[in-house]
Structure formats: C-alpha cells, structure tokens
Ligand binder design. Structure first.
Ligand code: SAM
Ligand code: SF4
Length: 335
C-alpha cells in the first residue's frame, strides 16, 4: 500500500506524474456536433450522475493527491444547473494552481465575467467554422452569432488566455483553416486544430474519408503566415507554433499523426464518476461507488485513486479506418 500522507503524488507504471484532471460535469449539451454525438442521444438519468457536492469532494481529493490543474468540461459544462457555484468552490481549493474550462461558447455572453471572477484562468472555446450555415450543419443546433458574441464577451472579461479549438474535417471545414487563424489573430487569442478521434459511432460522415492531417493544415497555413515553433512547453498534446508578428499561437493536436502519450500527465473523470485512465482506452475505475460506499472516509478514495495509476495504459490505440473500439462518445468522455 502506498503511503499518500508522505508523498501526495500520483505516479503511473511508466514513471509519468499525473497532476492534471479533466472533469466532465454533464453529458448534456445544447449542440449535437457531428463528430461528438449521434443526432438522437440518450442522456444519463440523474441518479447515475455525480452530484455537484460529489464532484467537489473528488476535485478536492485529487488536489490533495498532487493534482495542480483541473479542467471542467462536458458535454457543455455551462448547461448544468449550479455549474457556476461549483466552479467558485473548486476555484478555492488549496493547492490547485489552475482551474480552466472547455466550452462551446453558447452561454459565455452572459456568464464570461462571472466565470473569470470564479477563478477560471483560461478558456478553450470550440469553433470549427466562421460560416453560419456550416456552423449549423456541424453543430446541428448551434447559432454561430451567439458563439461569436460569447467569444467577444470572454475576451473583454480578462481571462489569462483564450484558445479556440477547431476539429478539422476534410470537405467540411478544411478550407477554412486560414480564416480561423486570421480570426484568432484579430482577436488576440490562440487556436488549436484537432484531428478527429474515433470515439462513439457517428453517422454523418466516414471518419476515414474525413481525416485531415495536421501536416496538411500546416502546409495550408504556411502560404499566409510564418509559423515559428514555440519553445513554451505546456505538458499537453498540443504542438505549438507562434504566428510571427502576432500574439497568437497555433497548436496541433494530432492523435493519429503524432503520438503524445509518453508525456501524458492527465486522467479524466466522467460525470458518472468513472475515472478514465486514458482517452483512447477503456481502463477505468468507478469512483462514484467508492465515494458513496465510504461517505466519511476519503482515505479509502485516495488509496483507490493511487492504485488506479497502475492500470493507466502506456498509449492510446486509435484507428479511424475501423469501426471504433471505444463506444463512449466524446461528451461522455469529457474532451
Ligand atoms: N461542449 C464543450 C465544447 O464543445 O467545447 C466541451 C466538451 S467537448 C466534448 C470538448 C472538445 O472535444 C471540443 O473542442 C470538441 O470539438 C472536441 N471533440 C468532440 N468530439 C471529438 C472527436 N470525436 N474528436 C476530436 N475532438 C472532439
Ligand atoms: Fe456539445 Fe461540445 Fe460535443 Fe459539440 S463537442 S456536441 S458542443 S459536447
């Protein structure tokens, strides 16, 4: 048994220190992005999901085990009732250096300032296109203008950093990569391009046909911008470049064309309370049950989390040319 009172650190079999937790606080969302969800989704019943109090206890417990950064995600985190109060509470946890969030931006017009005041330091906002019709087609239910207003509200609210996340699909939005970088430059924010990951079964496109490698995006961008490799290390999967002459960084998250697992420092908590040790594998532990079985004893929970590190896989195994082996959707996973 590991003695966590002496060395509060989570270390896996491969010597990687886990100090970053991503928490999905809801599987629900006001959008239905084609790469993330099926059009008709069944969401989890309330009894099956963690309460806000349980999420807070888990976040605090991870911080006591050396986690320094927490990202709140979903589903769309801001559609969960009580999300703001939860963020305020997590923002006050001792030992946590950074509270950040990923959002689709739909609620930011009214919530950005309150989020900043709650202690959220950085925001990732998803935006795949600047064309209103394409935006509707990709998100199925979203309004581009609402998200643009949300991004503007966020830039005024004073976050330390804002980054656009764009999933690029061939023949849907791959011709827009230059315009998206221009948008980021004009707004003084960063942008990351993401290769689609084969999570859950999607029915609107063939993932293999829609694959658009990061290298192709770099070639497209090189016609309009000078990209200089950034020396700044974020510890994450993004490979960053500075757009020379601007404040903007462009990142590439390339789960297919590059393997970033050797430096992985993160685990994910689903809204069902399942601790996922790897985005691209099913290895997981049911922390909700441990918490509910031991409501007054977080030492048991800590030991289970420490032991879970022993099953963290070495790397993800994605193959977009086959039917996905990971049947959970991204909104369940907490992207
Ligand atoms: N709803 C929020 C949002 O869209 O930003 C947070 C949750 S969403 C699941 C987090 C991120 O995962 C988004 O940037 C989204 O574009 C990305 N994503 C969803 N499905 C994906 C997939 N199959 N492959 C790659 N990225 C995906
Ligand atoms: Fe919702 Fe985000 Fe998934 Fe789009 S990517 S459906 S916004 S959870």
């Amino acid at each position: 048994m590991t003695d966590f009172s002496e060395a509060p650190q989570l270390i896996d079999r491969f010597g990687r220190t886990v100090n970053y937790l991503r928490i999905s606080i809801t599987d629900r969302c006001d959008f239905r992005c084609v790469y993330c969800m099926a059009e008709q989704m069944t969401f989890l019943p309330r009894a099956q999901i963690l309460s806000l109090e349980e999420i807070y206890v888990l976040a605090r417990t991870f911080a006591e085990l050396g986690v320094k950064k927490i990202r709140i995600t979903g589903g769309e985190p801001l559609v969960r009732k009580g999300a703001l109060a939860l963020l305020q509470n997590i923002g006050r946890i001792d030992g946590l250096d950074e509270l950040v969030m990923t959002t689709n931006g739909s609620q930011l017009e009214t919530m950005a300032t309150a989020l900043q005041e709650a202690g959220v330091k950085r925001l990732n906002i998803s935006l795949d296109t600047l064309d209103a019709d394409k935006f509707k087609a990709i998100t199925r239910t979203g309004e581009l203008s609402q998200v643009i207003r949300g991004i503007q509200a966020a830039t005024l609210a004073g976050f330390k950093r804002i980054k656009i996340n764009a999933v690029i699909l061939k023949d849907r939005n791959h011709l827009e990569v230059t315009d998206l970088v221009k948008f980021a430059v004009d707004n003084g924010i960063d942008i990351s391009f993401i290769e689609e990951m084969p999570l859950g079964i999607v029915n609107q496109h063939n993932r293999s046909d829609a694959y658009y490698a990061s290298e192709l995006i770099k070639t497209d961008l090189a016609r309009h911008f000078i990209l200089a490799p950034s020396l700044e290390k974020t510890g994450g999967p993004s490979n960053y470049f500075n757009v020379v002459g601007t404040q903007t960084r462009v990142g590439f998250i390339s789960p297919h064309s590059e393997n970033f697992c050797s430096t992985c420092n993160r685990v994910r908590l689903t809204v069902e309370g399942r601790l996922l040790l790897c985005l691209g594998n099913e290895h997981s532990i049911d922390l909700k049950q441990v918490l509910r079985d031991n409501p007054d004893n977080t030492d048991v929970l800590k030991q289970v989390i420490i032991d879970a590190m022993l099953i963290k896989p070495e790397k993800h195994e994605f193959n977009i040319h086959e039917q996905p082996v990971i049947l959970r959707y991204m909104n369940m996973t907490g992207g």
